[in-house]
Design a protein around this ligand. Sequence first.
Ligand SMILES: [Fe+2]
Ligand SMILES: [Fe+2]
Length: 364
Amino acid sequence: MTDTYRLPAVANTRLNALVDRIEAAPGDLINPREFENLQQRMDLGAVVRTLPQGLSEEDLGGILRLALLTECATDTFATAIDERAKRFDAPWLSRFNNNVWAPDEATHHTPYKHILMGLGYQEVDLDREIRETRAMPFTHRGGDLPAQVTTFGVVQEYLTDNWHGLIARLLKSAAPEAAYMATRVKRRETLHTLWYRDMTALQLEADPGLIEPVASALLKFEMPGNDILPELQSSVTRWLPLMGADFQRITRDLIRFVYEMMSNTRTAGRFVLEIARQNGRKLGPISAHQVQMALNRLGGPGYGLVGEALLESVGLDYMFKPQRGRQDSGFALYEQPYERLRGLVRTWVSNQMNFKVTVGGPGF
Ligand SMILES: [Fe+2]
Ligand SMILES: [Fe+2]
């Protein structure tokens, strides 16, 4: 695979142009000094009294420490990404990583240190934990190709965005200043998700053969916290529902990003079947591999159905359905069998698909 990652020159030009645009307009970057005044006004004692049922003060400390410590390990992740960018000759990825992403991420742990100190944690203890976490080894498991690094980034950044949002919700009523800080970080993660999505889309557009490694990156995805903070990360599954995580929305958002990376329902359908094949899934008695072969023989329109079914299974069908009233009248003739087949696939998608996303805490 190492030898086969060669994007056409035009794709490299587009990726470089995208990074140029990001460098020129990186959005509302955080200046850690902007939190200084807010820090004085926070009353975090009140937060403990407003925690949802089932979450203890100790849990709150764990949730905030997970945010602080994964965010402080930026250099560990940045080194892993840059090393892969250089190995596969993707200067656009190095440039994004070193000039935009890493300096941005370096500001994300600051608010959490303020908040934890407001809760009574000692600076010296937090600094020691930060040092220890920065020294932990990290294995990038999503695959090494730039397309895999950026795919991993989409999921990682999205879940991190979600984590900061849930923290902001916990803090909002009792300590709005602290909630604002978490929201500032969340907004940066939203941008990171979208940038990685666009980078992945440009690579897939240039080389549809990347569907296979991109699917594998998604299947192998694991939160970096599993490596660097296993004890805290293992509590995330218990914390998420207590914090009010909306799993349906998370699944829907992730599927929407996948669809946007694939640009159309046909490619999204090919991608779904590639995931199913790599996962050894079946469509009724037939293996996903056999379905793939049958759809290849049909020339491909079937993939569109699978992609549409994927979107329908999470309520995103508006993304491909024509506007009401603008539908071609000839379409009605095909509608019934088409809908029936799509219904079959849709049921299969919702029953069988498992993106094995370890929905978890923050990281980047
Ligand atoms: Fe990020
Ligand atoms: Fe971050």
